[in-house]
Every structure is written in C-alpha cells, then in structure tokens.
Write a protein that binds this ligand. Structure first.
Ligand SMILES: NC(=O)c1ccc[n+]([C@@H]2O[C@H](COP(=O)([O-])OP(=O)(O)OC[C@H]3O[C@@H](n4cnc5c(N)ncnc54)[C@H](OP(=O)(O)O)[C@@H]3O)[C@@H](O)[C@H]2O)c1
Length: 264
C-alpha cells in the first residue's frame, strides 16, 4: 500500500513534542503540507524547522496558538484557512485524586482536551464538506474506556472525544469527510519517560523500569512495552489517506491490545 498525501494540508494540534510531533513528521513524510502547532512561538518554529529538515518536505510550517481558547483557534484558521486533514492531538494529563479535583480543573481539562478539537472541527469541517473530501482524527486514549483511578478528570475527556467524534461523523454522513478517533495506549514520550524514571528511581535502567511499569501498572497490555509515538502516527497516516475511505465514525485502537475487549 503506497500512501501519498501530496496536495493535502494537515494541521496537527499540539505537535511540538510527543505523539503530535511524530504524527506531524509522518504526515510530512507522506507528502502532506503540515501545520505544526504549540503555544510558544519559538518552540513551534523550532519543531517545524526540525521536521522540515528531517523529512525534506518544504511544506512544513508552524502556527503558535493556544487551541484551548477561541482566540487561539481563530488565529490558526486565519493563518491556515485550507486544512483538509485535521488531527486534534492536543491533550494534557496528570494525576489528582478524583474527590480533590476543583471545578476549575475539570473545566480546564474539558477546554484543552475536548473543546479544542470541537472548535477546530467547527471551523474546518464545513469547508471539507464543500470540497467533498476531508479527514478529522481525534487522538483519544485507552483511558477513554478504562477510566484511570488516578486521573478520572482526564479519562472523561478522552471518553467525551469518542462521542464527539462519532456524533460529528454522523453529521457529515455521505459527504466524503471521515471523522474517527484513535485510541493511543501508553506511549513513550518525554513526559512518560520522566514519570517512569521518577517512579522507579534514577538507578534503575530505563529498559528495566519500562518492563516493570508495564507488568505492574499496565498488566493487560499484550505488547508488554510502551508504544513508540511513530506507531500511533502510522495509524493516523493510514486513516488520513484515501485507503481508509470506508472507515468513519470509528474508535480505532493503537493500544498494544491493552483494552481487554473484543469491540472496538
Ligand atoms: N503519552 C501517552 O502515553 C498517551 C497515551 C494515550 C493518549 N495520549 C494522548 O495523546 C495526545 C498527546 O499526548 P503526548 O503524551 O504526546 O503529550 P505531550 O508530549 O505532553 O505533548 C503535548 C503537546 O501539546 C502541546 N500543547 C499543550 N497544550 C496546548 C494548547 N493549549 N494549545 C496548543 N498546544 C498545546 C504541547 O506544546 P507546547 O508545550 O509547545 O505548547 C505539546 O506539543 C494527548 O491528547 C494525550 O491525551 C497520550
């Protein structure tokens, strides 16, 4: 299967690091023009330049804006009105006992993790429908289906993304626009590396810490290691392509088999 996204423009929100950066890189490698996004101007430009250099794709550029606000979303749309592959990747996470999470924190998680994607889809999907082609992908998590006890407030935002994505797909039925979620499992980003390092102490080699983390904290994983960001990106590139034209309204798993269920 040869995937060529030449002629398409992809926006990956929250792509200065982690999974978003891997997705932006993989889409650029497949030939798409790619808009890299983060909150900080310098970080965003540096990430875009690095991806341009790594992939040899001159169509990679950056737009710094906070997608957790309507102003930020408006700034992106003003700078890049012609997006036809939208990857709603931005997300924050962190542990807090559920009975201690204040209203403001519940709202912040909802703004950053859910409304950010709603806003971007609201701006771009009508244009995709007019053109008769488009792709929207929400980066959800295994936490959507298995609420993590240590961060319930995060889990509900990931569950909400599945419902938003399915509902939006229903709203554009028959238009050539597909809308899906990708459920990422535990993935080796800088944040996760640091978290696991702190969990077992600096003396324990990372490979050993990773093995213990997966065995003790993520025992249902069939992969038995952390997923690499590129492995999530590969599924996103496929869903972004014409080859995935019959896949819409779906919750697709790239979770290393962690969710012990037959469907989805
Ligand atoms: N890592 C995992 O194990 C895992 C597992 C399942 C699902 N996920 C999901 O995958 C997505 C990415 O996670 P990650 O681990 O790759 O995160 P990460 O490494 O912390 O990266 C988050 C990215 O989002 C950007 N960002 C944060 N808030 C933003 C905002 N308000 N506006 C614009 N950009 C913003 C950050 O850029 P700046 O700091 O430069 O602004 C950064 O590029 C999230 O939706 C997460 O829920 C992750």
């Amino acid at each position: 299967m040869h995937i060529d996204l030449t002629g398409h423009t992809a926006l990956v929100t929250g792509s200065t690091s982690g999974i978003g950066r891997a997705i932006a890189t993989a889409l650029a490698r497949a030939g798409a023009g790619v808009v890299v996004n983060g909150r900080d101007g310098k970080r965003t430009e540096e990430a875009a330049a690095a991806i341009r250099e790594e992939t040899g794709n001159p169509g990679v550029r950056g737009v710094a804006a906070d997608v957790a606000t309507q102003e930020g979303a408006d700034a992106i749309v003003a700078a890049e009105p012609e997006v036809d592959i939208l990857v709603n990747n931005t997300g924050v996470f962190g542990p807090m006992p559920v009975f201690e999470v204040p209203d403001a924190e519940w709202r912040r998680y909802f703004e950053v993790n859910v409304l950010s994607g709603v806003r971007m889809a609201r701006a771009y999907v009508p244009r995709m429908v007019d053109k008769g082609w488009g792709r929207v992908i929400f980066i959800s998590s295994d936490s959507a289906m298995l609420p993590p006890t240590e961060m319930v407030h995060y889990g509900i935002t990931k569950t909400a993304q599945l419902a938003v994505s399915r509902g939006m797909a229903q709203s554009v039925a028959g238009t050539g626009v597909t809308i899906n979620s990708v459920l990422a499992g535990p993935t080796l980003t800088e944040g996760v590396r640091q978290f696991i390092g702190e969990l077992y102490g600096e003396d324990v080699p990372f490979e050993e810490a990773e093995r213990r983390f997966m065995a003790e904290d993520r025992p249902t994983s069939l992969l038995r290691r952390l997923i690499r960001p590129e492995e999530i990106a590969n599924l996103v590139v496929y869903v972004s392509s014409d080859h995935a034209s019959a896949t819409t309204g779906a919750a697709l798993r790239s979770d290393g088999g962690l969710i012990p269920t037959l469907i989805p």
